[in-house]
Structure formats: C-alpha cells, structure tokens
Design a binder for this molecule. Structure first.
Ligand code: NAD
Length: 296
C-alpha cells in the first residue's frame, strides 16, 4: 500500500483520510488547525509539521482545502507541492476551485513530472464518512488510472469526466449552482410555511414524494432544520465561495444569468449577517429573521 499524504483535514478531509487509513494505507497529514491535526492523529494518521514534510514522504498527495487561495498556497507557495514534489508523484485535488486554477496547477506540476487529477466531490460530510461520495475527476487517463484505487476508498460514483484537468470543477460548480437555488428555495418555502402555521414535518412527508422534492430539501430539512442544529456540514460561507466561482466561470463565457445574480446578493447578505460559519441549511434562519426585520 502507498504512503498517501493528506493536506486539509477538515469536515471533508478528516473522514476521507480516515477511509484511506481503513483501506490499509499509511497516511501522513497536515492541517494548519491544531484541532484537526489532533483528531487525525487519534485515528492513526501520522501528523507532519507542514506541507513540504508531507509531500517529501508521500507517493500520492491529496488536498481538501477551503478554496482557491488555500489551494494556491499549498500547491504554488513556498515549500508547496510544486516546489517540493518529485517526478512520478501524483496530486489528487479534492477541493472545490475553478477550472482555470485546476488547469494551471496541472500544467505547473507537469513541468516537474508530477501528475494531477482535479477531483472535486459531492455527497457531504455524511457521504465522506461512509465513502459514498460522487467524485468528478478531470485529468489524463494515466493519472486517473493511478488515482482510481484511492477514489474507490472515498466514494461510490466515480466519473472520469474528461482529460481536461478543469473538467471536474466545471461539473462541480454546476452542481453547486443547483444547490444554491435549492437551498434558497427550501429556506424561503419553509419560512413561509412557518408564517402559515403549517407543520414542517407533515409538509416534508408530502413534498418528499411530490415534485417539490430534492436532495437538498431532504438534506437541509432532515439533517439540520428538523433537528434545529446548524453545525456544518457544508458551511454557508463555502457555498458563497462556490457560487462566486460559478459566477466567474459564467462571466468568462459572457453568460447572462439574471436570477443567479440576485441569488448571489442574497447569500452575500446572509454571510455579512454572520451566517457564514453555519451549515448552508441555516439560510432558513436568515430568511426567517428577515420576516421580523432582523436579517439584514
Ligand atoms: P473545512 O474548512 O472544514 O476544511 C478545510 C481544512 O483545511 C480546515 O481544517 C483548515 O484548517 C485546513 N486548511 C486551510 N488552509 C490550510 C493550509 N494552508 N494548509 C493546510 N490546511 C489548511 O472545509 P470542508 O467542508 O472540509 O471543505 C473542504 C473542501 O471541500 C472545500 O473546497 C469545499 O468547498 C469542498 N466540499 C465540501 C463539502 C461539505 O459538505 N463540507 C462537500 C463537497 C465539497
């Protein structure tokens, strides 16, 4: 079994790294947060003191970081994957970033003989825990073949989207484009149900077998709103990050997306009102607060 490096041991990275350990790999990891490092060590991971230390030891390096800024730092910054890596290594980038950055990372690493697969995931923390993630991978056929045994320990639906290292990110941003709309629809419909005095459990029972259903209605309602718990999960701030990336992707194509623009404004206001660290299901709380004039 290979020595796998794992950088970014947060809500997604931690359960994914644990599945690699369960799969029999030796996993060396790093996270800037001490709590994340301790949790990883407690499950059998070997903590290293920085990105360079992880990259030096690993044959395959996985990253699961908040967004483009952190990904750029870890790959292209001093002591990063590009600087410290060696020919024959493989980088599997599992965060949600834009396709342009994915392509740039692939090209930079290729100059050093390091393979790259841009492989964002969907399925949430729940899916990461039980290894049922959907994985949308872009990269050369050779790199994908090398990454596949790792993917099989992390997910269930594994797609080699295209040889373009940006292709997985395109699919992922379109996925989160839907998530943005659905999450707002759930928030507004349930806030309205409350104003109507309608029982939300009964509503879910009926609509979950009607065309009003969606994976996001089920997730946001069953796992968060019904339990009145909003620990992420998938933080609202990360959703806004992904929608902003989707907007940049749309702008490059000259797309006109009128409702999406408005949606972005609504999420920006929710994040400004401090809902960013909560799970995206808390958009429901933000919309409810608007009813009483406390939202924005
Ligand atoms: P998170 O914030 O919980 O985890 C990110 C981790 O990266 C944190 O522990 C943080 O300390 C660490 N980190 C930040 N900068 C670092 C650096 N320079 N070096 C090392 N570690 C660093 O976020 P998450 O929810 O685990 O999401 C990770 C990625 O996966 C994001 O790009 C997100 O959009 C994507 N994603 C999340 C979900 C979800 O449901 N949470 C689902 C699919 C995709």
């Amino acid at each position: 079994m290979a020595t796998v490096g794992f950088i970014g041991l947060g809500n997604m990275g931690y359960p994914m790294s644990r599945n690699l350990l369960r799969g029999g790999h030796r996993v060396v990891g790093y996270d800037i947060a001490a709590l994340a490092r301790d949790r990883f060590a407690a499950t059998g991971g070997e903590v290293r003191s920085g990105v360079a230390e992880v990259v030096r030891e690993a044959e395959v390096v996985c990253t699961s970081l908040p967004g483009p800024a952190e990904v750029e730092e870890v790959y292209l910054g001093p002591g990063g994957v590009a600087e410290t890596g060696r020919p024959g290594q493989l980088a599997i980038e599992l965060s949600t970033i834009g396709p342009t950055l994915g392509r740039h990372l692939a090209a930079t690493l290729a100059e050093k003989g390091i393979g790259f697969v841009g492989a964002p995931v969907s399925g949430g923390v729940e899916g990461a825990e039980v290894a049922t993630l959907t994985i949308m991978a872009g990269g050369s056929a050779d790199s994908f073949a090398l990454a596949k045994p790792i993917f099989e320990l992390l997910g269930k639906n594994i797609f080699h989207v295209d040889e373009d290292p940006g292709s997985g990110y395109i699919v992922k941003l379109l996925n989160n484009f839907f998530i943005g709309f659905y999450t707002e629809a759930v928030a507004e419909a349930l806030a309205l149900a409350d104003l109507l005095g309608f029982d939300k459990d009964k509503l879910f029972q009926i609509l979950n077998v009607s065309y009003g259903r969606s994976g996001i209605y089920q997730r946001n309602y069953e796992l968060f709103i019904a339990k009145e718990r909003y620990e992420p999960g998938f933080a609202l701030g990360l959703l806004l990050k992904d929608l902003t990336l989707a907007r940049a992707m749309a702008e490059e194509q000259g797309a006109r997306l009128p409702i999406f623009e408005r949606l972005l404004d609504v999420y920006r206001q929710a994040v400004e009102a401090d809902y960013g660290p909560r799970d995206m299901a808390a958009q429901y709380l933000y919309v409810k607060a608007l009813q009483t004039g406390r939202g924005a």
